[in-house]
Ligand binder design. Structure first.
Ligand code: NDP
Length: 302
């Protein structure tokens, strides 16, 4: 099957491309840059969506870009890079003479309000309460297909927690301080730390990409893209230290994280949500890395 993947050149997209290619599928990346195996967003807008069985959007300005200050222009880019690309792809799907059988948007768990006690499944009600949850609301709304197209194209939304892998994302930024023995809990450490191994996230996206057997449900199916183990930041910190055999004795106070990153994004690290992948598991998805020890051993080992 042929798939078009917006942002497929990134951390998650490279893993998804590897997985789909290994399964014998073909992948074209939609990118800002032209290149072999790629089409640009401009080409997509002007020439329409080349025929395909599946479409995914993973494009977005990196939320943890260490080279960007937390200011209005960065916030604007976080929104437009996600919402404009998603709208462009959804419009191209709707305008296609033979739309793909499935369309997957990858958003995030920032829609769920951080809490030490609440547990969220895909069916939990939520309303935006801060900048990032507003972003998720607009982002997911911009993916919606018109009713007639939704009768044949299955719509899914995957909401990942912090994606762990050796090739990018949070681990790439955390491993060096942890190797140097400078790692520690962030904030109180009691906050939930929803996470997923990048290989499992790619698996969930591929699972959502499978063509529908019957008429798809009219509204998108949501899949929480998190491991079933519910861990705290303290548990994550201690396990990472144990796996790489380094002490983790330097807690980073919440106000330091907030000063460095800006309070609105520092919150992603100093607060968290207990997210349960209920539909993901009910749909029969099998995790390769359901617990922290197996996930971290694989990442550090590679
Ligand atoms: P990356 O940071 O690797 O970026 C993915 C791709 O987005 C890039 O390869 C790039 O493609 C494109 N992109 C970057 N900046 C812009 C921009 N300003 N405008 C348009 N396109 C842009 O993302 P990940 O692979 O880590 O994540 C994929 C998706 O999953 C993102 O939407 C992210 O928000 C979401 N997510 C990720 C988490 C994580 O821990 N990594 C956690 C939760 C959600 P190109 O250069 O080819 O145009």
């Amino acid at each position: 099957l042929t798939n078009r993947v917006g942002g497929g050149s990134g951390f998650v997209g490279r893993e998804l491309t590897r997985l789909l290619t290994n399964k014998g599928h073909e992948v074209t990346v939609i990118s800002r840059q032209p290149g072999p195996g790629k089409i640009t967003w401009g080409e997509l807008e002007s020439s329409g969506l080349p025929a395909c069985e599946g479409a995914v959007n993973l494009a977005g300005e990196n939320l943890m870009n260490p080279f960007r200050w937390w200011n209005e222009s960065y916030k604007k880019d976080l929104f437009s890079s996600r919402i404009d690309t998603t709208k462009t792809l959804a419009r191209a799907i709707a305008a296609s003479p033979s739309p793909p059988r499935s369309w997957v948007l990858v958003s995030g768990v920032a829609c769920y309000k951080p809490s030490l006690t609440a547990q969220y499944t895909e069916d939990s009600e939520w309303t935006p309460f801060d900048l990032l949850s507003k972003l998720v609301k607009e982002w997911e709304a911009s993916a919606l297909l018109p009713e007639d197209v939704a009768k044949t194209t299955k719509q899914s939304v995957v909401r990942p927690g912090v994606v762990l892998g050796c090739d990018g994302g949070a681990m790439k930024q955390m491993l060096l301080p942890f190797w140097l023995g400078l790692g520690g809990t962030l904030g109180s450490g009691n906050q939930p730390f929803p996470w997923i191994h990048v290989s499992d996230l790619a698996g969930i996206i591929a699972h959502a990409l499978e063509p529908p057997a019957d008429t798809p449900s009219p509204s998108p199916q949501v899949f929480n893209g998190v491991a079933p183990a519910l861990n705290t930041n303290y548990e994550f910190t201690k396990e990472l230290g144990r796996v790489i055999r380094r002490p983790t004795i330097f807690p980073v106070p919440g106000f330091v994280v907030n000063t460095l990153l800006g309070a609105e994004r520092g919150m992603v690290l100093t607060q968290g949500q207990k997210v349960v992948p209920e539909r993901t598991q009910e749909s029969g998805f099998q995790y390769k890395y359901p617990d922290l020890t197996s996930a971290l051993k694989e990442i550090v080992g590679s």
